[in-house]
Ligand binder design. Sequence first.
Ligand code: ATP
Length: 462
Amino acid sequence: MSELTEYCTAEQYLGKATMEKITSLAKRRGFVFQSSEIYGGQSGAWDYGPLGIELKNRIAGEWWKEMTRLHDNIVGLDAAILMHPRTWEASGHVENFTDPLVDCKKCKSRFRADMIPEENITSKKCPDCGGELTDTRKFNLMFKSNIGAAEDTASTIYLRPETAQGIYVNYKNIIQSNRMKIPFGIAQIGKAFRNEIVTKNFIFRTCEFEQMEMQYFVKPGTDEEWFNEWKKQRWAYYEKLGVKMDHLRWHQHGPDELAHYAKDAYDIQYLFPMGWRELEGVHNRTDYDLGRHSQFSGKDMQYIDQDNNNERYIPYIIETSAGLTRNVLMILCDAYDEEKVADKGDADDIRTVLRFHPALAPVTVAILPLMKKDGLAELAHDIRKELQDDYATDYDQSGAIGRRYRRQDEAGTPFCVTVDYQSKEDGTVTLRFRDSMEQIRVPRAELAVKLKQEIKSYKRIK
Ligand code: ATP
């Protein structure tokens, strides 16, 4: 979809995040680093640090639970990134997976023609330096390489530009091995690669990224009903994760956006600091994909309905396709908040807090001994051990307790447990809540259960 379709004004954007703040926090706290930074960086690629990998894994885990465990008829798959090159002929990617490209002859900048104002294309004037632009030409986004020793055309191989095709080519295997009956779904999370002409906005658009896709196989004629059902379910999913729902909206593909094979397509867009942008697509892909693979492979891709007089048909596919790494950016922006908590007139007046849903937070509970001495550190280590099996924990004993709370707020840790002198006497600890900053005393023995209840009943308050 064109980046120019919809921008929001600063007034419309009510979040406190800016891309600069998110990028700098991500680096400072170890969420995301620039790839190969010591060599000047590799554009279009990012590395996920200790907090980032935890966040990414939690988002992937919640999606996986939602799309597989909570459904009796959806199973998982992990297909290879490298696929037979005919796959990409059948899918249409070799021929059509292109973006319109123009270059500036003077400053050598490169643009996606649909991302710069129309008048620059007609006047052939570079939006950066006013120099002359080349004619628009098609640029295929697939990364091409060679497999095997011989560098001839027979050994051409592509890095997959989407995970979906791995699902389509395994559809028969899965029906047979798992006795699936239509309607059923196959879910997959994995890397995809696109040689994007313009990569910007941090991890929003990158050359190497991850997708979370589910392909739902249905009987033709029931496709519209399932399409609406999946739209409903995907919307409810973001609501369950506590995402600000006024930052989400549907965008229906118009005639010039709709893929030629698609019957209908909607994007879920999120209001990022740079405007409304696609987060996930829900598409009715008809019988195009299985029909094409049938044609190109010579294998019969029809479903045989044994419960219905062996009726045969090529299923329609309803696809839900979300970017995992784009979801990481969305969750970071959505969670980001700055809050005035004091009036001393210094930098400490404002706390930065990531209001992650506890199910997504990289660290669920941090254990903080008030002092290192008098056995408090040992007690805190013991408590951490008790919680470690069920929760992602952190331990921090350095600095004033207020500073330590702030560090955890900035990492999005929803709960802190403080161990003090009273803990030694009566076995209670202080449980501090990130969002409200409220503190309560809880018997150590009840801590694990209390945390479980708090996570289950979590409601975002800001
Ligand atoms: P866009 O319009 O943003 O280029 P698209 O319509 O080409 O996306 P799809 O092919 O439908 O995207 O891919 C499904 C999802 O994969 C997108 O909604 C997005 O979240 C994610 N995605 C696609 N391309 C990228 C990319 N280059 N970097 C990160 N995520 C991506």
